[in-house]
Unconditional design. Sequence first.
Length: 184
Amino acid sequence: MSKLITYAYLRQETDISPNVDNAKLDNPIKNAQDRLRALICPAFYDQLVSQNSTTPKTLSTDNEAFYTPYVIQYLAWQAYEFYIIKANTYETRIGVRVFREENSEPASDKIMGEQIALAKRQTQFYKEQMINFLRTSQNADSTKYPLYTILGTKSTGSGFGISAVSKIDTVNYKIENSIINQEP
């Protein structure tokens, strides 16, 4: 997997300790990039990855304006959101365990809940900033970010809506019980 953010940037943006092993950040970064791919559409995402993975980077001017700061801030906070949920735990062959050190104790559920809520709010903020940038750019110049438009994946919400209900059906159905006697 080609990473769109570095471990150093993730730590700088979100205050993850330098003592956290890079391996513990791989899955959160991958999961964040999966979310980005779904959000901006696979073709646009693949273009960003291919332009970002070359040395030197070959991001187009438009993609560079989008990538820095919008994509990297969103990815950092989305990865942090995935990371913080499991920060106090580790998995063993017999189940999930709470991490403890000699001179400290794990954060309480309340503190962890507040940290997760903060991460979710920041992720949502950067997600909205990123999508607003794309929409504003496209409104100013319809030729910008054509791969974002192709699939029509412009939704920023995570909720749902019902649009196919036009009226309430008032027809009542009656079911009559009848006994059928069959003679041998």
